[in-house]
Ligand binder design. Structure first.
Ligand SMILES: Nc1ncnc2c1ncn2[C@@H]1O[C@H](COP(=O)(O)OP(=O)(O)O)[C@@H](O)[C@H]1O
Ligand SMILES: [Mg+2]
Length: 334
């Protein structure tokens, strides 16, 4: 039952939001104790909020300022998305996932209008709104060189604040660690939940829960504790490693009934994930000095062009002034 506006927003290949029926719950996520405590507090606020403002109808009596906004902060792959889904699941509501970075690039120039539309749809569906990759909204208010972009970003933040003021539901922002929140934005965020990297104990459980409890064929040599203590990785990395390992095991040249995931598959999987990351980091390092240089050159060029234009205008104006003065002199003389 797709909303008619779905098609409007970005078409099929670049969809900027998804409205899903949540399936994953808090049972699917293994968190370090401090993160778990912070999340429990957030959930308590959410459930009482839902009871008071929706089921007891007080949102209708007292519209405005009833939105509950949270920030989930932490490195990628630490479970922010699953937890947003689990919160929606706990409330029995849909989850509307907005990829903010994508949204901004697709809607260049029209972002504020579409942010309003998203809040309207979420409100109609009674969905929990989840702004993924929201670092840009939270922090970029006055740091960009391009005045056009800056103006748009400021408008987006202002629209977002207004919409938050009106929205009666739950809004979750996901950001990577050290975001400097705009103060006005910060005031509207009820609670920050810090998603920490899992420790060895959590990692061992995360390895285990990535497998199906009964159907995934694990060999006897699989040792999750050993993997957990050797590799300091996020839950997202573990997930990717397990999928790679399963594909490796499945492609071995033995009858299907004899196929098993062995420790060596899991090791190959996680090494592959880490290796991919090393390659990416290296590429970034190789690229960034020249990338910065071109960005700087562009800015310098733009400034140069501006100065040249200003100079031309100034020369033109002085020439005009001389002409006017001469004309005045002529008039005065005759
Ligand atoms: N704490 C965790 N417990 C269990 N699985 C996790 C955890 N963190 C990440 N994962 C696995 O990694 C995947 C990606 O995690 P995600 O929630 O998208 O991370 P984030 O949103 O913080 O980048 C999840 O779908 C899940 O399979
Ligand atoms: Mg995520």
């Amino acid at each position: 039952m797709a909303h008619p506006l779905f098609r409007l927003f970005g078409g099929s290949n670049r969809k900027t939001f998804d409205s899903i029926v949540p399936r994953r719950t808090f049972d699917d996520v293994i968190l370090p104790p401090a993160t778990k405590r912070a999340l429990d507090l957030a959930l308590a606020q959410v459930t009482t909020h839902d009871l008071v403002f929706r089921r007891w109808g007080l949102a209708e009596r007292h519209p405005g300022g009833t939105a509950l906004a949270f920030n989930f902060a932490g490195p990628s792959g630490t479970g922010k998305t699953i937890c947003a889904e689990a919160i929606a699941h706990a409330l029995g509501r849909r989850l509307m996932v907005v990829r903010y970075a994508e949204l901004e690039s697709v809607w260049m120039g029209e972002t504020p209008k579409n942010v309003s539309a998203i809040f309207r749809i979420a409100s109609e569906e009674g969905a929990v709104l989840f702004f993924d990759e929201a670092d840009a909204i939270a922090s970029r208010r006055s740091t960009t060189v391009d005045q056009g972009v800056l103006r748009e970003t400021n408008t987006v933040v202002n629209v977002l604040l207004q919409e938050l003021e009106r929205f009666g539901g739950v809004v979750i922002f996901a950001t990577n660690m050290a975001v400097n929140f705009d103060p006005a934005f910060e005031r509207r965020i009820r609670t920050h939940v810090l998603f920490e990297m899992p420790g060895p104990a959590e990692r061992a459980v995360i390895w285990r829960v990535q497998m199906h409890p009964t159907r995934t064929p694990l060999a006897d040599d699989v040792d999750f504790d050993a993997l957990a203590s050797k590799y300091e990785v996020s839950g997202g990395d573990i997930r990717n490693a397990v999928l790679k390992a399963a594909l490796l095991a499945a492609s071995e040249d033995v009858p299907d009934e004899e196929k098993r995931i062995h420790q060596r598959h899991l090791i190959a999987g996680i090494e592959d994930v880490l290796g991919g990351r090393r390659v990416m980091r290296q590429n970034l390092q190789e690229q960034s000095p020249s990338g910065e240089a071109t960005a700087r050159q562009e800015i310098e060029q733009a400034l140069g062009a501006l100065v040249a234009r200003r100079t031309a205008v100034a020369v033109g104006l002085s020439a005009a002034a001389v002409v006017v003065a001469l004309a005045a002199l002529v008039v005065a003389v005759f």
